[in-house]
Design a binder for this molecule. Structure first.
Ligand SMILES: *Cc1c(COP(=O)(O)O)cnc(C)c1O
Length: 454
């Protein structure tokens, strides 16, 4: 079998193999890499996942995309090393579950992608005796997951930009207390400004010498690992009937998580519906309803802060998957198949007030504790089921993308409970922090790069 090639969503550069797509991050024409061919699993192969541990399902999924690009034994070992934590499926009702993706080292679902990507990059860089500078913009959780996933790797330097006042103390400390190969910048601006600076640096020919790479959700190396937990949860909850199917609800910001799910569907997972749940940044919900897209600038500040995204960068991928073309600015050059998209996807936006009410109601009714992002997902699912009472008894999984203890003030206010920290987050309170501060100005940022990295 030939290796899978990855094309750019802007369609202006030739396709590349996985290794190159992973190390480059963004395509030369500023598009995002997407698999030219999507591998599939048969029903029997999917049924066999039920007896495999998480890391082996990860191996099966990744191997399909990396055939000919990595020794299967090496990949197997990387998966085993990356996925050494639990993935709980907490029942809410007889058919509805919360998938807790918050048991990794930074208690965020981003650990799943970042740990795998770090290991794959390190593998290829060591082979080539190369070094990279990872430049990443974060609205909170990406940065700490990336910093922790790459911490201590000697072929890789990490520089994280985060927006002033938009990340929680604990999120910041998870990035700024590491040191070694990890540097952080607090930008006087918003998340979208951080992302814009990073994008400009990538396309600046004078910075070519830095060998920049991105670890944002735009990297294909993050997308592929995010396919795995959709297969995993189905493997654990399926009844074994021929017509088994599942509904997922995904709290979404940059749409990387959701893209993993939609790719799982295209690989053969029997998904009845994806609920894409956003906060008041509802540009996708509008697009899904009427087919016209306009980004929200500046993005709206909501409680589920990691989802405050006015223009999801992975949207270009979703549009591509449904046969359309969207450029990096959000202009649509070819309209996707909206009818098919509406058949497979339901979009719902949830306000901060609803987010809070849902946290309270879910706790009171079911003793299930959600944090703001997971609450948006759960409320989105409830909105879907309200409109589709025929699906009331369908198997549903709503993703919880962070641990409630990452939002202690909010949870305390709403539930009068101080959620206990997971082991991985204990102890950072007292470590010394170190980070630099910059204005939202590209020249200043460029100066910083050339001064700090030679
Ligand atoms: C990043 C993040 C999201 C959004 O994920 P996307 O892949 O950007 O859509 C949701 N919840 C939490 C806690 C996050 O950190």
């Amino acid at each position: 079998m030939n290796p899978i090639t990855f094309y750019s969503t802007n369609l202006k550069t030739p396709g590349v193999y996985f290794r190159e797509a992973l190390l480059k991050g963004l395509a030369g024409d500023k598009g995002l890499f997407m698999p030219e061919q999507i591998p599939t699993f048969t029903k029997d192969e999917i049924a066999a996942f039920s007896s495999k541990p998480y890391f082996e399902i990860a191996f099966e999924v990744l191997h399909r995309f990396l055939v000919g690009e990595i020794d299967p034994e090496v990949l197997y070992a990387l998966c085993k090393d990356a996925y050494n934590f639990e993935v709980p499926l907490e029942p809410v009702t007889a058919s509805q579950f919360i998938m807790r993706l918050d048991q990794g080292p930074t208690a965020s679902f981003k650990d799943f992608a970042a740990r795998m990507m770090g290991r794959l990059m390190n593998h290829y860089l060591k082979q080539d005796q190369r070094k990279l500078l990872i430049l990443t913009a974060t609205s909170g959780d990406t940065g700490s997951a990336i910093a922790n996933a790459f911490y201590g790797l000697d072929s890789i330097q990490v520089l994280v930009l985060f927006p002033e006042g938009e990340v929680t103390n604990r999120q910041r400390k998870q990035m700024t207390t590491l040191g070694k190969n990890v540097k952080t910048i607090e930008l006087k601006g918003k998340f979208d400004d951080c992302q814009a600076l990073v994008k400009e640096a990538f396309s600046d020919p004078e910075l070519n010498y830095l060998d920049l790479s991105s670890a944002n959700s735009i990297n294909i190396g993050r997308l592929v690992p995010q396919i795995v937990y959709y297969f995993y949860s189905f493997s654990r909850l399926r009844k074994g009937q021929p017509d088994d199917s599942i509904i997922f609800s995904v709290p979404s910001g940059n749409f990387g998580d959701m893209m993993g799910g939609v790719l799982a569907l295209k690989m053969g997972l029997p998904v009845r519906k994806f609920v894409i749940a956003t906060n008041d940044n509802d540009e996708f919900t509008t697009f899904w309803q009427d087919g016209t897209y306009s980004k929200i600038e500046p993005s709206r500040n909501c409680l589920s802060s990691a989802m405050n995204v006015g223009h999801p960068s992975n949207l270009a991928r979703l549009v591509a998957l449904y046969g359309g073309v969207m450029d990096e600015k959000g202009n649509i050059h070819q309209q996707p198949d909206m009818e098919l998209m509406r058949k497979e996807i339901f979009a719902s936006s949830v306000s901060d007030a609803e987010t809070r009410e849902t946290i309270i109601a879910t706790w009171k009714q079911h003793q299930v504790m959600l944090e703001p992002h997971g609450s948006v997902g759960w409320k989105g699912l409830m909105n879907y089921l309200n409109e589709h009472p025929e699906d009331a008894h369908q198997l549903c999984v709503s993703l919880e993308t962070a641990h409630p203890a990452k939002f202690p003030e909010e949870i305390l206010k709403l539930l009068q409970i101080d959620p206990e920290l997971p082991e991985s987050l204990k102890g950072i309170e007292h470590l010394p922090e170190s980070f630099d501060k910059l204005n939202n100005d590209y020249q200043a940022f460029k100066q910083y790069l050339t001064t700090n990295y030679h």
